[in-house]
Ligand binder design. Sequence first.
Ligand SMILES: *Cc1c(COP(=O)(O)O)cnc(C)c1O
Length: 233
Amino acid sequence: MNPVISDQKAEVGLAAVRERIAAACERAGRDVNSVGLVAVSKRKGPDAVRALAEAGLDVFGESRVQEARQKMALCPSGLTWHMIGHIQTNKAGEVVRLFSYVHAVDSLRLLDALDSAAAAAGVSLPVLLEVNVSGEGSKFGFAPEEVPGILEHCTGLMNLDISGLMTIPPFTPDPEEARPHFIRLRELRDGWRAASGFPLDELSMGMSHDFEVAIEEGATWIRLGTILFGERE
Ligand SMILES: *Cc1c(COP(=O)(O)O)cnc(C)c1O
């Protein structure tokens, strides 16, 4: 891959990524503005964030609260930060202070903690439910069969905006092998949307090696790290 940062020509690398996003949208008959890009800056420093911000990106993703807190203080203001990783319940308050969007809610306790923290902060927090569509044991996320009950519970959470679903398929070198998992998430969403009354418009799926397939299958958020920032240490 040809990362944006290492060649010091942020616009050029980013332009190539944007072209691939546009081509995937075109293949799927989708509007390019229907796909949001989260630049995943975990384990990268504020200088790398600044370079991509200057190249025009404004949504950044972090997976650890402490790392994000330290980094954000050194990054340009005016950026939007998404929490994309697993969250410990006792960090809910800090997550609400630091982030404006949460991609990977994976327990009922965390939902309740985020709702309370959002209430205390006087905000409505958009969140996505992480679904373990592949059933891999090592993954976080709700099992599909748990989700209808979780959505029922969510009707009582007044400070969360249950915006959609997120998944991380098992890693396979061939991105085509991720496609059935992306299709499954979309089809589960279609069923839950009808049954629950939550629109669940957002699907967060697709990373550096499989984002084009994810876009073809309906991703509204793709989370790209390596392809933008280079390999992580
Ligand atoms: C690290 C991470 C990404 C980015 O992965 P790349 O393969 O580097 O694009 C996306 N989503 C989540 C949840 C991550 O933890």
